[in-house]
Design a protein around this ligand. Structure first.
Ligand SMILES: Cc1cc2nc3c(=O)[nH]c(=O)nc-3n(C[C@H](O)[C@H](O)[C@H](O)COP(=O)(O)OP(=O)(O)OC[C@H]3O[C@@H](n4cnc5c(N)ncnc54)[C@H](O)[C@@H]3O)c2cc1C
Length: 366
């Protein structure tokens, strides 16, 4: 344990990796540590939807810049800008859609309302009972299973060290920073970035700080290969559905339906009732799915705090320990907010404000 890194990023998901790359670009020497493989957490199992229509209004400036980052990453992450429709099937859903989308337009998202004729021309296989629909040409998707290999290659290219299979079990302060201990080895760094996603709470507890991090257990399913049924990313006014069909014909279905389990237990389990409801909604929107077979369903842990805004700043009580996580739609925003976090640690002025992890959290309904 001779080398002393400038900073250790604990958690090699999109947040930890994007921050490390920015810090390396700024001339400091980070190391990324992950308990498993890079991108094996939420960043590697999510639905890959990059949709401004499902982003929180206050996070829109971050999401708009996130979209630019994805576009620049291109094919290496399976990026496709397909455009996206959000659909309402009842008057109540239509009201909800109008209300939500207007706020997002005011926040800068290029979303428009479209007629049934326009929708039907673009996506003829969708159910014809649509009452209202919105469209965003910026929406699309990326392939989350490429996250780990993408960032591994980028870190190597920029000469950033990373250790996979390095589960952080203890952190001790020493003269020139911190000793970070795993089972059989340790690493020394002057500063720390805690970027452990749904595992942030136990990690911060190692530093005697209690962060109010909770985890949602989102479900995603993929169908067998199907004839081409849709070209755009499709969502539902309630936010309970996302669908996209990949070039190979498989169709990915998400929408935040809940499974069971805790981050400490591992990957979580499917809740069959919840999965059935998710698939029924998908069939309602795309009737041809009635005859499609689901090849696989899985779950992943998405972290949040009571006000559903990110943790991005200094760990309360520490000047040299930082936290980044709990970003709603964190896959979309990750590459951008990671850069912001890197800039903050480099003591540069950040383009947009961060989110103080020491704030008073006001409970809101998601
Ligand atoms: C099923 C699912 C679907 C989603 N769909 C979308 C979507 O369509 N669009 C969108 O924008 N967002 C989506 N999200 C949210 C998005 O995936 C997350 O917000 C984002 O990936 C979080 O990134 P992260 O780096 O903070 O966390 P993670 O990717 O979870 O990374 C945290 C890393 O920390 C490591 N770690 C934890 N504890 C330790 C420790 N003690 N020592 C070392 N390493 C440790 C873990 O192994 C993990 O790799 C979805 C999330 C889930 C779960």
């Amino acid at each position: 344990m001779n080398e002393i890194y400038d900073i250790a990023c604990i958690g090699g998901g999109i947040m930890g990796c994007a921050s490390a790359l920015q810090m390396a670009e700024g001339g400091i020497k980070p190391i990324v540590l992950d308990q498993g493989d890079l991108g094996q957490g939420a960043s590697g199992v999510n639905a890959g939807t990059l949709s401004l229509q499902i982003k929180r209004v206050k996070l829109m400036p971050y999401a708009l810049r996130g979209h630019q980052e994805w576009e620049s990453m291109g094919d290496a992450v399976g990026f496709r800008k397909t455009g996206g429709y959000t659909l309402a099937f009842t008057d109540h859903e239509a009201e909800l859609l109008q209300e939500r989308m207007r706020l997002k337009v005011d926040a800068g998202a290029p979303i428009e309302f479209v007629s049934n004729r326009v929708l039907n021309q673009a996506e003829p296989n969708l159910a014809d009972r649509v009452v209202a629909a919105s469209y965003c040409a910026e929406d699309g998707y990326a392939n989350s299973s490429l996250t780990g290999q993408f960032y591994r290659a980028k870190l190597k290219q920029q000469g950033v060290q990373y250790r996979e299979g390095f589960k952080v079990l203890g952190v001790e302060a020493c003269n020139d920073g911190y000793v970070i201990r795993s089972t059989n080895s340790s690493v020394k760094a002057k500063k720390l970035l805690l970027s452990a996603g749904a595992w942030l709470k136990p990690l911060a507890a190692l530093m005697d700080v209690e962060l109010p991090v909770q985890a949602r257990i989102n479900t995603v399913s993929v169908t067998e290969r199907l004839p081409m049924l849709m070209r755009s990313v499709i969502g539902h006014a309630t936010g309970l559905l996302t669908m996209k069909q990949k070039a190979n014909g498989t169709l990915l279905i998400g929408g935040g339906w809940q499974g069971r389990g805790t981050p400490e237990q591992g990957r979580g389990q499917i809740d069959t009732d919840s999965l059935r409801s998710n698939l029924a909604l998908a069939r309602h929107v795309l009737p041809a799915l009635e005859y499609a077979r689901i090849a696989r369903s899985w779950t992943g842990f998405e972290a949040h705090v009571p006000d559903f805004y990110p943790l991005a700043g200094k760990l309360p009580g520490y000047e040299d320990v930082f936290v980044l996580g709990c970003v709603r739609g964190g896959y979309t925003i990750g590459p951008y907010i990671g850069k912001l976090m890197g800039d903050y640690i480099l003591e540069r002025t950040t383009e947009l404000p961060l989110f103080d992890p020491g704030r008073n959290f006001v409970e809101v309904v998601a």
